[in-house]
Design a protein around this ligand. Structure first.
Ligand code: PLP
Length: 409
């Protein structure tokens, strides 16, 4: 027919463009959400700072202060809006604190350690962060997916998942600029999560990974702090909130923070006591000399935002060139990722085509538990690490790959 003739005509010109791109021998990686070197430069003062080795009468050069030095716990209290007594300021990775919390529950939870339960399960909003899924998989905890909607998680589906399953031990959420699709949960959604989870079990764990808490690059809805909402719903004993400076100062060289109730702090203390005698207090001091408080952090993050925003704009502009029939994409106002949802089940084919042309994308399926995207349509784009020119090239490849994969099926 005329239509199929037109489509094959179109495909032919796109394929010609694709061959031209391939001939350029590109090598571009947009798999992981990492700051670029200009962003890292914003914190260079940390590299050459004189550090006062005492905090009051605490000698920072020695063992001690397993939950972090006083100033660094106060900084965590400011960032997470929780009382200082409920804060651990740990090493450089919030993922490590999350892992230690899950491990503590697995080995020692009251009244029953998760390891002694029949088939313990966890709720995972999707799409989500691959390392969360890997962590739960390590423990053999079965992951039950619940879709994310604009306001947070789909509460009705969350409730249904709980009603039809035994031994669901918790939920893991990224409540601001969710990785990868950028949702910013509403207060009401978080309140509903607390209420529904608490009604299911007094022992249900709410693990909020606030990795992108201060990472807005465009105006974003204000949220009541998660810890405050936990207090309002009387779920503090079940709530754990983590964040870090991995994308504030240096990846692997920042600080991590956790807010938790006394009982959860006791549990994690048990685990941490077997692993680390104390965190790196010198680095904690370095950071508390660099940031006097939350306002300072926000000013610093505004500089990150100025560097990141143009890259997201380039990516949005490129994706807007695609006809809506091909799929749709998220337009987050913060964080590090954009998702593209293809209309057809072609995500893995798009990744394959991009790779052929020298552009590495996060593996299709990576944003779902067990690496299995049931619709094979979700892709994660991480535009921050490469420079703007490379990003434009990478997006040209991406769009070309989407068109080819769409038209060939
Ligand atoms: N949590 C989320 C949702 C992330 O996207 C990332 C990094 O990509 C991390 C945690 C890692 O944080 P950290 O370096 O503090 O372990």
């Amino acid at each position: 027919t005329t239509l199929s003739y037109k489509i094959s005509d179109m495909l032919e010109s796109i394929l010609t463009h694709f061959e031209e791109i391939k001939a350029r021998g590109l090598s571009i990686d947009i798999t992981r959400g990492k700051p670029d070197s200009y962003q890292l430069d914003l914190s260079n003062e940390l590299l050459k700072m004189d550090i006062e080795p005492f905090d009051g009468d605490v000698d920072l050069r020695n063992y001690g202060e397993p939950f972090g030095i006083s100033d660094a716990r106060q900084l965590g209290a400011d960032v997470l809006s929780a009382p200082k007594e409920n804060i651990i300021t740990g090493e450089q990775s919030s993922l490590l604190l999350s892992y230690q919390m899950i491990l503590a529950k697995y080995l020692f939870d009251n009244p029953t350690a998760w390891k002694d339960l029949d088939n313990p399960k966890f709720i995972c909003p999707v799409p989500g962060f691959d390392r969360h899924f890997r962590m739960l998989e390590d423990f053999g905890i079965e992951m039950i997916t619940v879709p994310l909607i604009e306001d947070g998680i789909d509460i009705q589906k969350f409730e249904e998942a709980l009603n039809s399953n035994k031994n669901v031990m918790g939920v893991i959420c990224v409540p601001r600029h969710s990785n990868p699709s950028g949702e910013v949960y509403s207060d009401q959604n978080i309140i509903n999560i607390f209420q529904v989870g608490k009604a299911y079990s007094d022992n249900f764990l709410f693990l909020f990974d606030n990795a992108y808490l201060v990472h807005d690059f465009m105006p974003t809805r204000e949220q009541t702090p998660v810890w405050q909402l936990a207090a309002d719903t009387n779920t503090m004993n079940q709530a754990v909130v983590v964040t870090s400076f991995s994308k504030v100062t240096f990846g692997g060289g920042g600080l991590s923070f956790m807010a938790a109730s006394d009982s959860n702090l006791e549990l994690i203390k048990r685990i941490r006591g077997s692993m680390v005698i104390c965190p790196d207090k010198i680095n904690q001091k370095r950071h508390t000399q660099f940031f006097s408080g939350l306002d300072d952090i926000k000013n610093h993050m505004a500089k990150h935002a100025d560097l990141i925003r143009p890259k997201f704009e380039i990516t949005y502009e490129a994706l807007r060139k695609l006809d809506k029939n091909y799929g749709n994409f998220s337009e987050p106002t913060g964080g590090y990722f954009i998702t593209f949802i293809s209309e057809k089940p072609i995500a893995s084919r798009i990744v394959e085509l991009c790779k052929e042309a020298g552009v590495l994308l996060t593996a299709a399926g990576a944003t779902f538990p067990y690496g299995k995207d049931p619709k094979n349509n979700t892709l994660r784009i991480a535009p921050t690490f490469i420079d703007e020119q490379e990003l434009e090239v990478a997006m040209d490849v991406f769009i070309t790959a989407v068109q080819i994969a769409h038209l060939e099926t």
